[in-house]
Ligand binder design. Structure first.
Ligand code: ATP
Ligand code: MG
Length: 392
């Protein structure tokens, strides 16, 4: 029945030049999302709206699902396209639409008409009145309510006519590409994919860095991170995933530093390296899946100690979330099943029995002095051997 979709978006705060940028980015993201759907679509921007028209047969559910992943979209209206807009044909087609879409006619409605083609013999108020009358005539249970209708029936006449009344909610947020780029520290866990999703939802394009420690972490663990990046990219668009070989750095820290400080020192080097890659790739911030108190390395003291090595802002969108809140969101965005696959990321291998929970920065810095001889060289090697995978 539906041959097109009208895409609604929130307009607050997007005036003037920003509006143009917002709409173009949204149009690009809609096109990107529809690339994976069977069928050919024509996406256009017109009169403050995005219009998607199916040029071939397509799968309705799959298309709606794809559009529901486009940040910036607040509503998706399936549209019936009526080729013949002469009044007889048009009113009958609108009636058929109401009949098919609303099997029970026990509701109130109002017709909202727009006439794009000014040569059309009826004015907009006339279209509203006459269409209302036609529908009341055809379906006796229907009632008109001009103030608070249960169904707002939109009829638009251009060279063809368009009818819609349903709004399927979109994800909200801002279109990807309207708010710069940031570097996600992506592990194989539950939290970091959710963190990436949340920042991407604000229109931020994402790159990702994963610290891999072969042979302590397996190829499967790496594949899991690639899979997670792919799942996040369904919302966030293409992601460049930078894979850092962290083994030698980790072994060196293990050899030289007190074991209860291992995690903090390791995390400091992760942040440092991620920031380096971020700056090389025009990223304006780092993103992590940290949440206060979740583990020893996420107390306020630990967060302060890891944060100290960075100059870029570090965004931690799940910082105040309980684990269950994060799990719920992971389930909603479909990363949970992949995240709980049992392949270790590098942190779980080198964990001490009793890690410090309140590290003192002074003590940590003192411990790091033991690394002076080789650490710079090891970091350099790690940076020179980064493998980048384009995930899309
Ligand atoms: P997650 O569920 O995201 O793995 P976590 O609860 O396991 O988080 P930690 O292991 O302490 O927490 O990691 C905190 C954050 O540090 C992660 O959310 C992620 O952003 C980053 N991180 C941890 N390990 C890695 C890794 N191997 N590669 C890249 N980033 C990592
Ligand atoms: Mg983890």
């Amino acid at each position: 029945m539906y041959k097109a979709f009208l895409i609604k978006y929130a307009e607050i705060g997007i005036k003037g030049k920003n509006r143009f940028i917002f709409e173009n980015a949204l149009k690009d993201q809609v096109k990107f999302a529809l690339r994976w759907v069977e069928g050919t679509f024509h996406v256009s921007k017109e009169q403050g709206r995005i219009f998607v028209e199916a040029m071939t047969d397509y799968d309705f559910d799959e298309t709606v699902e794809a559009l529901q992943r486009v940040f910036g979209v607040t509503g998706i209206c399936p549209v019936v396209v009526i080729e013949d807009n002469n009044w007889e044909a048009l009113s009958k087609a609108v009636g058929d639409y109401v009949d098919a879409e609303y099997p029970s006619k026990n509701f109130t409605f109002k017709v909202a008409a727009k006439r794009g083609d000014k040569r059309y013999p009826k004015t907009s108020p006339e279209i509203c009145m006459d269409m209302g009358e036609y529908l009341l005539d055809r379906f006796h249970e229907l009632k008109v309510d001009v103030h608070n209708p249960e169904v707002m029936l939109h009829v638009e006449i251009r060279n063809k006519a368009y009818v819609f009344s349903k709004v399927i909610p979109g994800p909200g947020g801002m279109p990807i590409g309207t708010n710069g780029k940031a570097m996600l520290l992506l592990s194989g866990g539950i939290d970091s994919p959710v963190a990436g999703y949340m920042i991407a939802k604000r229109g931020v394009r994402i790159d990702a860095t994963y610290f891999h420690a072969p042979p302590y972490t397996s190829e499967r663990a790496k594949q899991k991170v690639v899979d997670l990046a792919r799942l996040v990219s369904k919302y966030a668009g293409p992601i460049n995933l930078h894979i850092v070989n962290f083994t030698d750095i980790q072994l060196y820290i293990y050899e030289k530093c007190p074991h209860e400080e291992l995690t903090i020192i390791m995390r400091r080097y992760m942040m440092k390296i991620a920031e380096h890659i971020a700056l090389e790739n025009n990223c304006l911030g780092l993103i992590t899946g940290e949440s206060i108190g979740q583990v020893a390395s996420q107390t306020l003291q630990s967060l302060a100690a890891t944060n100290e090595v960075c100059t870029l802002p570090v965004y931690r969108p799940v910082i105040g979330f309980d684990k269950q809140d994060i799990v719920n969101l992971a389930e909603k965005i479909n990363t949970y099943e992949t995240s709980i696959q049992p392949y270790e990321d590098c942190c779980t291998i080198f964990v001490a029995k009793h890690p410090v929970t309140k590290p003192s920065l002074k003590v940590i810095k003192y411990s790091e002095k033991a690394l002076e001889e080789k650490i710079e060289e090891l970091v350099k090697v790690a940076l020179n051997t980064v493998e980048t995978i384009h995930v899309d």
